[in-house]
Design a protein around this ligand. Structure first.
Ligand code: HEM
Length: 133
């Protein structure tokens, strides 16, 4: 009798389309940021390209893809890395608005979409480090 091998479990990263999906997600997100002055002003670099790559690598790693983020940037410690920026509830809402608009462009399966939106809402809230005036 031959043994049946169980089908390999796909990671979330693979299931939603891998690298191309994350490239699109983060690119759409930064198009939104670029067009939103109060948010755009927080980003120190004139070119948003490098920030786009860092966020993309982080998200790919988080969802089970390549570990390039940690290999090039070290431990994420995201809350600490955001201390130089004044992230208020209003800025959180702006960030999340553009992220949700970017997720809208992806055409994910309903369950995957819910997972992604839930994670982003939680992560963005966690980054708040200042109150609105
Ligand atoms: C809540 C509102 C947020 C604001 C206003 C914000 C703003 C910023 C700014 C200004 C930077 C510096 C640009 C750079 O050098 O890359 C940055 C970096 C970064 N952010 Fe955010 N961020 C927010 C939330 C988040 C969330 C929720 C995540 C992850 C899910 C995230 C992931 C990252 C990553 C990975 C970097 C690059 C860190 C590094 O390796 O240097 N951010 N963010």
């Amino acid at each position: 009798m031959t043994e049946q091998s169980a089908p390999e479990e796909l990671t979330y990263y693979e299931r939603v389309g891998g690298h191309e999906t994350f490239v699109k997600l983060v690119h759409e997100f930064y198009l939104g940021v670029a067009g939103d002055p109060p948010l755009r002003e927080m980003y120190p670099e004139e070119d948003l390209g490098p920030a786009e790559v860092r966020l993309r690598m982080f998200l790919e790693q988080y969802w089970g893809g390549p570990k390039t983020y940690s290999e090039t940037r070290g431990h994420p410690r995201l809350r600490m890395r955001h201390f130089p920026y004044r992230i208020t509830p209003t800025q959180r809402d702006r960030w999340l608005h553009h992220m949700n608009a970017a997720i809208d462009t992806l055409d994910l399966a309903p369950m995957d979409e819910e997972l992604m939106r839930g994670y982003m809402a939680h992560a963005a809230h966690f980054m708040i480090n200042a109150e609105d005036e």
